[in-house]
Design a protein around this ligand. Sequence first.
Ligand SMILES: [Zn+2]
Length: 239
Amino acid sequence: MSDLLSSLNDVADALTNPSQHRTPRHTWSKDRRDRNKKRLPDHVVVLPGLLTQLHDLAYPLGVDGEEGAGARSVPQSREPGNPRALGAYLDIHIAVTRWTTTLELAWRDPVESAVRRLVGASPASPHNVQRDLLSDMAGWLARCEEITGWSTPDPILTVPCPDELCGYRTLRVDVEERTVRCGACGARWAEQETETVGSLERLGRYVVKYRTAAATAAEIVRADDRRRKAALYARPESS
Ligand SMILES: [Zn+2]
């Protein structure tokens, strides 16, 4: 499978698959002479996929009664919860709809199935379409992660490629080899810098700088928004 296709699958997994988190637990023997730790069954938590988590933040009341369990389209009549989650959820919903139309596929509820269908159809698409889809999907993942406060342990780095001519969100981490590769332009980073391979350390500095700048930009927008609202509601009575 090409780099792009396996990245697409990884991002789709993070967006749509429930994930299991295992925490090992131990206890100490009651017998004081026995200093061995005793293993207890792991504490296992299963979290729904990130899109479902985002949906549940946007619509905290749970499953839409009239649509039955599992079906999640965009409800019209329910009181929304977290407005940022709602905005992100609707944006992603719209983007998935647009991609479904572009790739001439039939829509399938819920939105997770539609995402799966996009990825399922992508091997037949040209390279540049796969690249654009991956870049968009990594953007959805970044928003989900930001709003749900959850990060996946980095199969994909959700920042744009630092190569000025590239800029796609297609950086893929190989945890075992400790390398990063851009699926769009082929740029590579490793611990040992060479003529053709960049240094991980410098890439790390770029990622931190990018994320700080993005967080600052978001804070400026939010502060602006607060000022605008404050001005709107605090307008002195004109009499
Ligand atoms: Zn690149």
